[in-house]
Design a protein around this ligand. Sequence first.
Ligand code: FES
Ligand code: FES
Length: 167
Amino acid sequence: MKTVNIRINGEAVSSPVDDRLSLADFIRDHCLLTGTHIGCEQGVCGACTLMLDGKPIRSCIMLAVAADGADVLTVEGYDDDPLMRAIRTAFNRRHALQCGFCTPGMLATAHDILSRIADLDRDRIRTELGGNFCRCTGYLPIIQAIEDVYAQRAQMASMKPVIRAAE
Ligand code: FES
Ligand code: FES
């Protein structure tokens, strides 16, 4: 056991954890933030994607102890973020989710893409989404939702995301 100190969605969390506990399990079971979904548990599907120190990571293949001292942003932490609000609205409008299992990871990745990349086109969005699997939507509505927000972004220049992705 080791005590980890992690800042999660702006709040300091300190807890003893088993050495082999994944960050995803820590966030879900210890912090009760169940918006982070666990699918493959092998770093493949992207359902568990969250932001760690401004970069998207697979929380199922990262140990909680390895996140000691980090700043974590889960899907629950974007409520005051205008960019994420626009992404969620676009996902709703485009019907970019069905069962919703992939959605937290998709939202985190979409936010990262739109924060980090100045020039986007459909091919680039597809490439950037390559690590997030969806069994339901066929991907097109998700891509269209991101395209919609990208098109709005000029008007959103004054909006400041909670955490910008690292360059
Ligand atoms: S559950 Fe982490 S990548 Fe699939
Ligand atoms: S909406 Fe069901 S897996 Fe993506």
